[in-house]
Design a protein around this ligand. Structure first.
Ligand code: COA
Ligand code: ZN
Length: 306
């Protein structure tokens, strides 16, 4: 695997900030996105187009897009999360080139997150895919609670396989399995991802793990062993869903980058700049834990400027 590429999407500016009590200004959100992008992270979830009443921290994501298109063009790396058709229309109007639409492996989560059933979310996603093809917008279909739901309990992997197959066939650019509450364990991840890779190939599959039970990196490793090469992670380990009780931060971008680069994968990420982005995330939020590996990275991998 020496030099084989892995694609890391930093979801901190969306998944991370949506769960913070402290609301960042547009300027602070943009600073964080630029710092993460400057480190060489391939894609960044820069915000969501959701009800500002439901998630105040993600209000005015259109202004974030406007700022990002202002000086340099960040549109190739910016992703917007959307829960419904209104979110799609808002993302398109803001100039988003890639959207992440949320699907569900349980009705409980679909109701709590988007006031829909699983089937309704699937129907809307098919409509969004049709619009997006016409509009030249890429769609990532993320299957929320793909391993366990905080309301409905463990998820049958056959259900996730069915949803993944349906949206691969419908033309989603990627399908991502999201362990929204961090309840997955590596053996389960290995088995499900292996079956999906066997059926669909790895190119369009990704995984999104939360580190709630300290199994985030173990789950990443299990998915890597099955051939998955796309992962979401969050700068400084920010993260958590306000509508999924018990969800804590995503796998930290510092940790996943260190593990995968030490395993010989090419991440394209500059550790010195990543640590600068992590410092900024901690400074702006006051609560971001920082990756577990951060002190080690600072000691051994970061170039000190004297
Ligand atoms: N973006 C912004 N506003 C939206 C919207 C969107 N994507 N979808 C609906 N709205 C607005 C409606 O226009 C309406 O506004 P109004 O009160 O000013 O009339 C209001 O939100 C309620 O709309 P309604 O269709 O009745 O939806 P709801 O109250 O059942 O809420 C969601 C549904 C999806 C809008 C809301 O639950 C939501 O935004 N959830 C966010 C989920 C999230 O971000 N989860 C974390 C990431 S997965
Ligand atoms: Zn998440």
């Amino acid at each position: 695997m020496t030099g084989e590429a892995v694609v890391i999407t930093d979801v901190g500016p969306r998944d991370g900030l949506q769960n913070q009590l402290k609301l960042l200004s547009i300027d602070e959100r943009v600073q964080l996105i630029k710092a993460v992008a400057a480190a060489g992270v391939a894609q960044v979830e820069v915000g969501s187009f959701v009800s500002p009443k439901a998630v105040p921290a993600m209000a005015a994501t259109d202004q974030v897009f406007a700022e990002l298109q202002g000086q340099a063009d960040y549109s190739a790396l910016s992703i917007a999360l959307i829960p419904n058709m209104k979110g799609y229309e808002l993302a398109k109007a803001a100039g988003a080139k890639t959207v992440t639409m949320v699907l569900y492996a349980s009705d409980g989560m679909a109701q709590k997150n988007a006031s829909m059933s699983m089937a309704e979310a699937e129907a809307v996603t098919l409509d969004i895919l049709a619009c997006a093809k016409r509009d030249g917008i890429a769609v990532i279909a993320t299957i929320s609670v793909a391993f366990e739901c905080p309301f409905d309990g463990p998820v049958d992997p056959a259900l996730v396989e069915r949803i993944a197959a349906k949206f691969m066939a419908a033309g989603a650019d990627q399908v991502v399995l999201a362990d929204t509450i961090g309840a997955a364990q590596p053996q389960q991840v290995r088995e499900l991802t292996a079956r999906l890779v066997q059926t669909h190939g790895a190119a369009q599959l990704g995984c999104h793990f939360h580190d709630t039970r300290a199994m985030g990196l173990a789950n990443v490793f299990a998915a890597v062993e099955s051939g998955i090469r796309r992962f979401d992670s969050s700068i400084a380990g920010l993260g958590g869903c306000p509508f999924a009780p018990g969800a804590s931060g995503n796998v930290a971008t510092e940790d996943i980058t260190m593990m995968l680069s030490q395993m010989g994968f090419a991440t394209g990420i500059d550790m010195t700049k990543l640590i600068a982005a992590s410092d900024l995330a901690q400074q702006l939020t006051g609560t971001a834990p920082g990756g577990r590996s951060k002190p080690w990275i600072q000691r051994y991998l970061v170039k000190t400027q004297k």
